[in-house]
Design a protein around this ligand. Structure first.
Ligand SMILES: Cc1cc2nc3c(=O)[nH]c(=O)nc-3n(C[C@H](O)[C@H](O)[C@H](O)COP(=O)(O)OP(=O)(O)OC[C@H]3O[C@@H](n4cnc5c(N)ncnc54)[C@H](O)[C@@H]3O)c2cc1C
Length: 388
């Protein structure tokens, strides 16, 4: 049973504690028997089940509610809980939020009504298409062109590393519309998967399998009503979405780390070495202490960033960057210690800690690599000093 004492911290309300209980129970009852053999079908099945459970309502605003907003602490609690039980379930949940984030935050009423009731119900799958072969970390370098033609936009170019690529019903696509240089000339669009000219150029396999693809846009025509927010504001829209969802990546890392600690505690109690449980060795206790400390420190940073956002902070770039950087890097370290404590079983294919070891790695790369988070933190720290 994972440590739940953090739920007593002042960041949370009773509804968060109730949500954590409900999510944990649902995950225990529903995720054990998920077959990951066919990753696309497993992911579609998970989205449908998460939709039926009601948890996907947290991932996007309700278009029928007055002045709706996303509750970042709830998103984090869900991601942490799902990641502790099943990495693919966390992925399926998270992508429904990331893929619709631009619509929730900047979409028109028609765009919200058109897509969000379906993504919240698990009946439509969304994706966030920002990265390109030449612009992963360098977002301002996006080349995919969106040119005005008649009343429409015509998209030409490529996106890559797109999660849910191949199973998504629509993509939130960031493209160059050219209102200004670099970051000032980008816009965000909704592109349904069935649009003529949009195709899957390549399916990409990664160490922890999930649906991922390179997309090709060839003379892909979409109506002007597909534009999310204002033309030329695409970069700001992407950054605002990441400002919400970056802390949740830290929360997923936290879930993986908590599972690694749970598995390790079980292991060091059950495994006898030199005539006593492994736990009796003080160096082992040192590992356990380091793991527990890293987890609590990561949780403090994750839930600080989430709480600040929920309290109405306009931007939490520094806090979200700290949360993502620390939680993902330290989860890698916690999981590595768990593998070590499991000995040969730690690298046995199919063991829990072996899969955690694969699951955690990409989190230090996507939604801004660890190095990029350091740049954000350094710049924000300098700006706060100089009043910039
Ligand atoms: C599993 C997975 C899922 C993904 N899902 C999505 C998705 O759904 N949508 C999407 O748009 N993208 C997605 N991505 C893409 C991801 O966001 C990019 O891979 C990431 O931004 C890094 O870009 P890149 O791969 O081009 O690496 P590069 O930009 O070439 O960077 C390589 C490395 O250079 C270093 N680096 C980069 N910039 C700096 C800097 N400023 N200072 C110091 N060092 C630096 C970092 O170590 C970085 O890892 C996904 C990637 C993976 C692996």
């Amino acid at each position: 049973m994972a440590d739940r004492s953090f739920l007593e911290w002042p960041f949370f309300d009773d509804r968060h504690r109730a949500l954590a209980d409900q999510a944990d129970q649902w995950a225990a009852e529903n995720l054990r028997s998920i077959d990951h053999g066919d990753i696309d079908n497993a992911c579609i099945h998970l989205v449908r089940e998460l939709g039926k459970s009601g948890f996907l309502n947290l991932t996007a605003v309700d278009p029928e509610a007055g002045n709706p907003s996303l509750d970042v602490r709830s998103l984090c609690i869900l991601r942490e809980t799902l990641a502790r039980h099943d990495g693919l379930a966390d992925f399926a949940f998270a992508m429904q939020g990331l893929g619709t984030g631009a619509i929730s935050l900047f979409g028109s009423e028609a765009q919200k009504r058109g897509w969000l009731p379906r993504t919240r119900a698990g009946q439509a799958i969304s994706a966030f298409a920002l990265s390109e072969p030449q612009s992963g970390s360098d977002v301002a370098n996006i080349a995919l062109a969106a040119r005005r033609k008649g009343g429409d936009f015509v998209l030409d170019g490529e996106k890559t590393w797109i999660s849910n690529g191949g199973i998504a019903d629509f993509y939130t696509v960031f493209a160059r519309t050219g209102e200004g240089e670099g970051a000032k000339g980008l816009s965000a669009f909704i592109v349904p998967a069935a649009t003529a000219g949009l195709s899957i150029a390549e399916r990409i396999e990664v160490v922890a399998p999930h649906p991922l693809a390179r997309l090709s846009f060839d003379n892909c025509r979409i109506p002007e009503s597909s534009l999310i927010g204002e033309a030329g504001k695409g970069f700001a829209i992407a950054m605002a979405v990441l400002d919400v969802f970056r802390s949740t990546v830290g929360a997923a890392a936290l879930g993986f780390a908590r599972r690694a600690l749970d598995e390790s505690l079980k292991r060091v109690c059950e495994r006898d070495l030199f005539g006593a449980p492994l736990f009796d060795l003080q160096m082992v206790q040192g590992h356990i202490a380091d793991m527990a400390l890293d987890i609590d420190a990561a949780a403090l940073l994750v839930y600080r960033a989430a709480w600040l956002k929920d309290m109405g902070a306009k931007r939490v770039s520094r806090e979200a960057a700290m949360a993502k950087l620390f939680a993902t890097d330290q989860a890698q370290s916690v999981i590595d210690k768990a593998v070590q404590l499991h000995g040969g079983d730690g690298v046995r294919k199919g063991s829990v800690v072996e899969s955690l070891y694969r699951e955690i790695r990409a989190l230090r790369i996507y939604e801004g690599a660890s190095d990029v988070q350091k740049v954000i933190i350094a710049r924000q720290t300098m700006a706060s000093l100089t009043g910039g």
